[in-house]
Design a protein. Structure first.
Lengths: 330, 330
DNA sequence: TTGTAAGCGTTATCAC
DNA sequence: GTGATAACGCTTACAA
């Protein structure tokens, strides 16, 4: 009669003719006599034994599992990050539980509670709730949002990215610059992009304007501004830095409708580095966020294997990549 | 002196002055006297008690966790599916462990072994390895790949989608149709898209050609064909059905370079329904896959709460959506 | 080195 | 309906 339930260490011990403790040691890479080790390995593979990681986690309180508390997997940038994070975690021998909050503050808190009860070893979160209640005993890394002291945050160098965008536009010959941004008051990353942009404009002595819309309800609110600054297909600015690639796309679409040509009449730079499909084609010239670096850094800090004290904020360097909305020197 | 370790049922029992079993019953919604229930709930919230789901899973062999074995989170369509699956699982009270295989057969097998040892309640996989060894005792649903008898597969109606594309192009006035496809021999979904397309063309008596490239190494191999069929900016076909939105984009780019205008000279329909960023803008007119339906169906089948016998294959209906590469009637 | 046994937090089977 | 108590599979002192 065949056993219906999965083999346990006890079965392996019996099969190998050794004790339970010896089997355990083998699977934990604790020194064991060679002949014993072989007997155990043979018995294990004969029975098709696998460690029950739930039992192990239960016993050790370490589950080799990390939770991602994530807004969505429909936004490409969040997907890139999630992909890199999951990949990095797996390469370190960790599993990833992914929870999706749909940008909802309450859902964020619920996901956090849920994964806490699931005894994960740590959490990497990209959240919008500034009052998130996080268990101080649970290792926690925040991506892109520096929402609380004591919680390390890993982000792109948004300020530097803004500077870089301005420098590039100026280098490409633009003389009247414009910043366009949009976002909730909470996520202040786009603010830093603007600040960096403005700082670089001032440093170079190039005039600029900025339009920042607080509400996130669509892109139509930008239209009056665009219309107002267009006369016979001539736009009042020759260089635009948009706080995201998506915004860049939306603005470009509307400029096109007004008869303004990109990049002939006006050059544009976005922010993020979103590719079409999974191709290498950007939607626009852009400041590319260092997705892999962010993931690696976040995982390093979370696992914190050398027990170093954790920084409050790590900003990682961005880079510029041309993507068709600028006139690059040949 | 404050307790450093998380409170357990024993603590709650002591605090409430009831027995361990009673506490357990309360948290498992097993009938318990009202006054007892209240005492327990009060004690639990006072101590901040949460069920240790690892201990529970260890005991019950049910972990309320499902694994996704997924190729990548960099491809938008796979992201849409992953998003819908994770969301559906969460709404059913399940957690999702996401593993990423990067299309690698060996990684697929390793992920499968890993999640098996993690005692997940089931697996939803989108894989490329036709010889995947799957534990028959582990509930398993395959998405889009019907790779083995006994493993239910949930997919779009690819054949119907191909038909629909042909019908639409014909309806829109096209008279010389072309199918373009690309893919490994393994994933035969694009084949069905072609078959459906051809069937509809034949049924309507409209002439068509088809070009299917086996290799997946870039899109350059299509170029000779395009060049060959272009004379002075006139393309030999006036309607193209591409097996994916991505291919549609790549072909369009190359046609543009040849001076062929879309949709003026040639109308194009893709397949998948990929949006730009997280907007509502399609890249092209397309056959939209029913992502939410696929996710819901897959989860239903996996959890199979009514214990019904499982179908080998479920094909879900697709729909057409105009996206700028066709000339819709106004 | 190897074996023995206690115990992790929970559920489930009993008597009461 | 409630309270003891024995598992579940594993790790880890500690004893041999």
């Amino acid at each position: 009669m065949k056993k219906t339930t999965a083999p346990t260490m006890k079965d392996v011990a019996a099969e190998a003719g050794v004790s339970l403790g010896t089997v355990s040691k083998v699977f934990n890479h604790i020194p064991v006599g060679d002949v014993y080790r072989q007997k155990v390995e043979q018995a294990a593979s004969k029975l098709g034994y696998q460690v029950n990681s739930y039992a192990r986690g239960f016993k050790t309180n370490r589950t080799q599992t990390v939770a991602l508390v994530w807004p969505t997997l429909r936004n490409p940038f969040y997907c890139y990050l999630a992909d890199a994070l999951v990949g990095t975690l797996m390469s370190r021998g960790y599993r990833a539980i992914v929870t999706i909050t749909n940008y909802d503050s309450q859902a964020e808190q619920e996901c956090l509670n849920m994964v806490r009860q699931n005894k994960v070893d740590g959490v990497i979160a990209l959240t919008y709730n500034p009052n998130l209640e996080v268990d101080p005993a649970l290792p926690f890394i925040s991506i892109d949002r520096h929402f609380r002291a004591g919680v390390p945050c890993v982000a792109s160098d948004n300020f530097g990215g803004g500077q870089l965008a301005a420098q590039k536009l100026i280098e490409l010959g633009c003389q009247r610059l414009l910043f366009l941004g949009q976002g909730s008051g909470l996520a202040n990353e786009t603010d830093k992009r603007r600040t960096g942009f403005e700082a670089a404009c001032q440093a170079k002595g190039v005039p600029f304007d900025a339009l920042f819309l607080e509400n996130e309800t669509g892109f139509a609110p930008f239209e009056p501004f665009l219309v107002e600054h267009t006369r016979n297909g001539a736009f009042a600015y020759d260089g635009i830095f948009c706080s995201t690639d998506r915004l860049c796309y939306e603005i470009r679409k509307r400029l096109y409708a007004l008869g303004v040509r990109v990049p002939d009449d006006v050059q544009m730079i976005g922010f993020d580095g979103i590719y079409r499909f999974d191709s290498e084609d950007l939607h626009c010239s852009t400041i590319v966020q260092p997705v892999q670096d962010i993931a690696r850094t976040a995982v390093d800090l979370l696992l914190n294997e050398n027990g170093a004290s954790l920084p409050a904020l790590v900003c990682l360097p961005v880079r510029y990549q041309s993507g068709g909305t600028t006139r690059e020197a040949l």
